[in-house]
Design a protein around this ligand. Structure first.
Ligand code: SAM
Ligand code: DTB
Ligand code: SF4
Length: 352
């Protein structure tokens, strides 16, 4: 039983000064505290695997300075209309076969058109029928649109705050911070799980990283999933020449997110291809317990699945299972054998 003077672990009243104090603890103390709290709520040797698919690519009217999909920047990206359901299902089946438990579908929209909703509803129900959790990220949602996606059974909706309220205007001018908070509130109200995080390495200061985490942790409920992306610098975007982000500061941000939102999945998200194995291991030590898995993010590349499985194996980390998947799916060792064979190598190991 905790004494009354002790701070509760789940808090929605974080102040920026105390968050900055966490950021500035000695590295070993910070990581130790984050890992200790992590162990109270999660299996420390388990990581959730989500696979992304871009279901509508490029030609986005928004001006997010990091994004290769904005129509305002010449990034050489081939634009594509909303994918046919058959293509989406093939990709979802492949993701499941590779061991992912969640399938995240992303569209380069400011917000979905109402005419797209029936197609999206079909994608949700058919991907779910494969035994995968579903997630979508489609831009801003009205209350009504959020309800329709929730009724279709969408498990998660991803909508990032990206950075602090003060720095936000340096990155995006075509929608406001409040627009983003309103979408998160519509998603929560409709009963879907919230996935929301941000991007590091866009020229923001530590104060902005603290500000982002304060916004996320002081929402009425902590997001169920918190993606922490390292900026992927794409040629043609205004942030293509941003300075490299300091690796230890990245790890510190993961640890502070873990301490502020102890029950949330903290996802080591975009940018893993630019991180070595040691850095990813430190991110897991700091409390990250989810990754984007399979060779592509939305439009940029991600580490090869086999490399990820080899890393998890070296660290003794098991891919998390999804309860409803278990009864009708091949067992984990079989999944690894299939992934290994499809790459023509001999990756076959039993986890757990
Ligand atoms: N268009 C929708 C939106 O913005 O909400 C959904 C797709 S958008 C690509 C999803 C998220 O991907 C963005 O909010 C941003 O956090 C992340 N993202 C986009 N480009 C990125 C990059 N170059 N590096 C890291 N993260 C990126
Ligand atoms: C999130 O926070 N990161 C993902 C997902 N949510 C949609 C997207 C990363 C995109 C990286 C750049 C690209 O591949 O286009
Ligand atoms: Fe469009 Fe989303 Fe990219 Fe912004 S982040 S330009 S809204 S696809």
């Amino acid at each position: 039983m905790s004494s009354t003077s002790e701070m509760p672990v789940i808090r929605n009243d974080w102040r920026r000064d105390e968050v900055l104090a966490l950021f500035n603890k000695p590295f070993n103390d910070l990581i130790y505290e984050a890992q200790s709290l992590h162990r109270r709520f999660f299996d420390p040797n388990s990581v959730q695997l989500s696979t992304l698919l871009s279901i509508k690519t490029g030609a986005c009217p928004e001006d997010c300075k990091y994004c290769p999909q904005s129509a305002r920047y010449d990034t050489g990206l081939k634009k594509e209309k909303l994918l046919h359901i058959d293509y989406v299902l093939e990709a979802a089946k492949a993701a499941k076969l590779s061991g992912a438990t969640r399938f995240c579908m992303g569209a380069a929209w400011r917000s979905p058109h109402d005419r797209d909703i029936p197609n999206l509803v079909e994608m949700i129900s058919e991907v779910k029928a494969l035994g995968l959790e579903t997630c979508m990220t489609l831009g801003m949602l009205s209350e009504n649109q959020a309800e329709k996606l929730a009724d279709a059974g969408l498990d998660y909706y991803n909508h990032n705050l990206d950075t602090s309220p003060e720095y936000y205007g340096e990155i995006i001018t075509t929608r406001t911070y409040q627009d983003r908070l309103d979408t998160l509130s519509n998603v929560r109200y409709a009963g879907m799980k919230v996935c929301s995080g941000g991007i590091l390495g866009m020229g923001e200061e530590q104060n902005d990283r603290a500000g982002l985490l304060v916004q996320l942790a002081n929402l009425p409920d902590h997001p169920d999933s918190v993606p922490i992306n390292m900026l992927v610098k794409v040629s043609g975007t205004p942030l293509s020449d941003a300075d490299d982000f300091e690796p230890f500061e990245f790890i510190r941000t993961i640890a502070v997110a873990r301490l502020m939102m102890p029950k949330s999945y903290v996802r080591l998200s975009a940018g893993r291809e630019q991180m070595n194995e040691q850095m990813q291991a430190l991110a897991f030590l700091a409390g990250a317990n989810s990754i984007f898995y399979c060779e592509k993010l939305l439009t940029t590349s991600n580490p090869m699945s086999n490399d990820d499985l080899q890393l998890l194996k070296k660290l003794g980390i098991r891919p998390e299972k999804y309860d409803s998947v278990q009864s009708d799916s091949v067992d984990e060792s079989e999944l690894y054998r299939i992934v290994g064979e499809s790459r023509g190598d001999n990756l076959f190991y039993r986890v757990g």
